[in-house]
Structures are given as C-alpha cells and as structure tokens.
Write a protein that binds this ligand. Sequence first.
Ligand SMILES: Cc1cc2nc3c(=O)[nH]c(=O)nc-3n(C[C@H](O)[C@H](O)[C@H](O)COP(=O)(O)OP(=O)(O)OC[C@H]3O[C@@H](n4cnc5c(N)ncnc54)[C@H](O)[C@@H]3O)c2cc1C
Length: 557
Amino acid sequence: MKRNLTELTSHIYDLLIVGGGIYGACIAWEASLRGLSVALVEKADFGAATSANSLKIIHGGLRYLQNADFKRMRESIRERTTLMRIAPHLIHPLPVLIPTYGHGMKGKEALRLAMGINDIISCDRNQIKDPQKHIPNGWVISQQECQQLLPGIPYQGLTGGAIFHDAQVYNSERLTISFLHSAVKKGANIANYVQATGFLQIGNRISGITAQDSLSGNQFEIRARMVVNTSGPWINRVLDLVEESRERSQVALARAMNLVIRRPLSPDYAVGISNRNSNSATNKGNRLLFMAPWRGHTLIGTDYTIWDGKLDEFQISESEIQGFLTEINQAYPSAKLTRDDVSFVHGGLLPRIGVDPKNGEPILAKHYQICEHRSAAGLISVVGVKYTTARDVAQKVVDRVFQSWGQKPPQSLSSVTPIHGGEIDNFAEFLQNAIAKKPHELSEGNIHSLVYNHGSAYPQVLKYLNNQFESDKAPVDKYSMLKAEVLHALREEMAQKLSDVIFRRTELGSVGYPGDEVLQVCAKTIATELGWSYTKIQQELQEVNKIFRSTSPMHIY
Ligand SMILES: Cc1cc2nc3c(=O)[nH]c(=O)nc-3n(C[C@H](O)[C@H](O)[C@H](O)COP(=O)(O)OP(=O)(O)OC[C@H]3O[C@@H](n4cnc5c(N)ncnc54)[C@H](O)[C@@H]3O)c2cc1C
C-alpha cells in the first residue's frame, strides 16, 4: 500500500470511492476483484471513524428472530461464515450466554425454541473446512449452571440460560486494512488523509471530485466514471457538495457508545444481559446489554441516544458514561463498575429512522441503503448499518454500478476469495506451525499476536525484524518486535501518524493506554524513518494522549 497522489490524478478511474471505513474498503475490494479500476480517498486514516468503534461482534442475527425477519437473519448468518472463510485469522466463533428470566417471551422455554429455530435457519453455517470455525447448535442450561458461569447474576426470577455462538472480530481495524490491502494488490489506488472537497460536474453528471491532501494542503482533481459515497456519518455533508442536492432528505443519526472495562467480567463467554432491573434509574427501554471478553478486558455495549448536534462537536459526556455505568451495575450488580474501571470509550454515529415515543430512545435504521441520485448521475451513496454485512452490501453496490452502465455484472468471487492474510486452511494448525518455527528472539505471545493480526501475511512483518538486525546490527531488545511492526505499518500500510500506528495498524491502543515507554519507542522509530523533528514527535505524542483521555474518540475533521 503506497500513497501516490500523482497517480491518483493521472487516470480516469471506473470507480472512485469517498470514505475508507469498512464500507468503502469492501467496495474497493469487490470492484477491483471484478476487474474495475478503482481509487479510494479517506479524509483521515482508514477505518478511523465509525468502523473503529464497533463492539467487534460479527452477528449471526439471532435477535432478528424476534421480528421473524428471516431474510436479515440469513444475510447475517451467511456473512458470518463468509468472513470466517475469507479472514480466518481475524474472525473467530464466540460463545454467548443469555440468562433467562421467568417463562414468558424471554424465558427458558422461549429461548430453547429460539435456539432450535436458529439452528435450522443456520443449518448450512458449517460449510467451511476449518473445524475451528464450526458453530455448534445452541442449548439451554439450568439456573445453577447459569449462576456458576456468571456468579452474581440477579437471582430473582432466574430460570436458567441459553448458550449459542456468534463471532468476534479480533481486530476490526485490521479487517478494514486487510480489505484495502487486497484491493491494492488488484490494482486499486488508495490514499488516506485526502478529503473530497467538491464534485466535478458536467450538467447533472458527476465525473469525479476535487480533493485536498490534508497533510500538505495541496488541492487536485480525481476523475472517474462513477463515484461512490461511503462517508458514513458525513453522508449529508458530502451530499451537500453536490450542486442542486440541497433539497434531499437528511440521514438522521444516533450516538452509540461502548465502554472498555479493565477487568474480564466473564472471560469465557460473551453475555447478553437484560437491563430489566435498571429501567427506573436510567429511563432506558428494556434492552440487552452485551458484555464481550476482549483481550483480558471486557467490551460492554451498546448505549444509544439521539444525536442532533454538529459532527465537529461530537462528544460523549462524563454524565453519559456515568449513566451507562449505572445501568450496567443495576443489570449486573456484582460487576460494581466505577469510572476507574473504564479504560477506553468507543463512540460513533449511526443512521436512525426515528425516535421511540415511549422513551425517547433512537430507533436505529435496520436496513442498508444504496441510493442513486436523480440530480447527480454517476453518484451512488451507501448507508451501512452493520460492520457484519459490509461485504454483502459491497457486492450489491458493484452489481448496481455495472447495471447503471447497462452491463451484466461479472460474477462476484469475494465470498470465497481469502483477503490479505486470509490464506489459511486450518487456523489452529497454522498458529501451531508458526509458533514451532518462531525466531528464537520472539516469544509465543509475539507470534500469537502476529498471526491473529496479520494471518498468513505475518512473515511480511517478520521481515522487518530481520532487517533491523542485519542493517543496523541493533541488539535484540524487548521492543524489536514492536519496532518491526511500526516499520511495517509505515512502509507497507501507509501509516502517516503515530495515532495510525497505535490505534489501527497494531493492537497497542485497543484496550486503553499502552504506557509512556511503548509510545516513546513507536514515536522514535517513526521519527527516524520519516525524519520527524523533536517538536513533531511531541505533537504526535500529544495527539495520541488526547485520544486516550478524550471521550470523543471518533476522529472528526
Ligand atoms: C459503538 C458502536 C458499536 C457497533 N457495534 C457493531 C457490532 O458489534 N457489529 C456490527 O456489525 N456493527 C457494529 N456497529 C456498526 C458498524 O460499526 C458501522 O455500521 C460501520 O462501521 C459503518 O461503516 P462505514 O464505512 O459506513 O462508516 P465509517 O467507518 O464512519 O467510514 C466513513 C469514512 O468516510 C470518511 N469521510 C467522510 N467524509 C469524507 C470526505 N469528504 N472525503 C474523504 N473521506 C471522508 C470518514 O473519515 C470515515 O472514515 C457499531 C457501531 C458503533 C458506533
């Protein structure tokens, strides 16, 4: 992945994508794989906005059963299997426990029935060779078993629990990068820190964009036969750049928040726990709070509120964090969470379709949208609602692109083609082999992390470990692996800033502050590579520290 802005301006691309979150990344891969010439620009870093804030669950859609939305369930189940097939290093099955109360709709009997229906609807879910990716049937457990698995669970009315499997993405930021890597290998030209500032229009036909390099301030034009707008929460703002589009309806937004908790509250299972005990305190509707084990920590989500503010003022307030902690503590009192337990806050904006009149809660959009614009031929906007289904939506978008040219879309192979790092038939064996042939200076933990993050591409990172020893005759130290990852991020993955390395190329910042020393090592390695001054190093360190301290982690520029 090389950032080449001259190249961006010297072609007429088939497709130009504005926005490098998971939706833009999947469309870039899908279109490149089907033979289109593709460019993509991202105004910050790839995957730095909504896509970096996900709860990391690759949903099988069990909850859609409540509304008998079998179509959406099938879509999610299929995508869960697909992602495990094409990115086996990043997507892994995750057992989920739901305590059951009483004998009604959320009781044990109803959940037993739901497990059975889910198993039938997902009967083809194990059509995947790797046994590590197989998802067992769901089952129910007794009240005592539930208490053993989740000590301290509110007892009153507890009748047992249901256990089923979903999947978790080990590193959602790297999944986005892996889709982009794959697109680049097929010839796509992508650039981070390039903002679309306007559209090139001939009459009502879009023929490209005007863009600005946020790093140098340079402005230029990029031409394409078709432009796809995947700018997530910025969709309205990007559409405002189109002449004569001011009359269209705006996509309304909801603020979503997850908390990263320093402690493993339930190390072996994710838990879906009802907030039934907490309604009076927080005035939230009855909903399921989801606690997922995450690298020795716990991810808890998701809290939603209406967002009518300006994007530039996106913020999660301390009182909102406190309110969510209160709700969690009432749903699961033995957690006894305090503000000090929170090591990081995830926040992002999602499309909503209304407001629940009963409690003022946002009603989130359930379905993606692919919109062609009457006043701007050659422009398609995509509104995604789930990380899980981005690849599937990308397939549909690219079909639509071919159809709009009056062509029959070529067959899509993205559901069966491993993405960058995904060339692994059997994950457990692959990991064992990698550990068995590890360089002596690395620990098993180093290899584990490399394989989970980079999959079959991990030797490309190791190459930089060897470079260090050969070229600099540098002694092996405890940071050699870290420096190799930083160099790999800079030279192979277009990292431009310290924050790109800490939050999206490595897993260093995923659960909270990694410590002064680690940040210093990374900053100095980058400084040597890019020729940063002392002042620049301090600025970059300050920026990263601000993100860790801040409650508005979504990058808004
Ligand atoms: C707290 C939270 C938890 C979630 N949990 C889950 C979950 O567990 N599972 C799941 O499946 N989904 C989950 N989601 C939903 C999922 O994260 C989103 O649906 C998905 O990430 C949206 O991706 P996107 O590419 O549309 O948007 P984004 O990731 O926001 O990408 C849009 C990009 O466009 C760029 N951009 C904007 N304007 C311009 C411009 N003018 N020029 C260039 N670039 C521009 C932005 O910088 C941004 O990077 C969650 C979301 C949140 C917020």
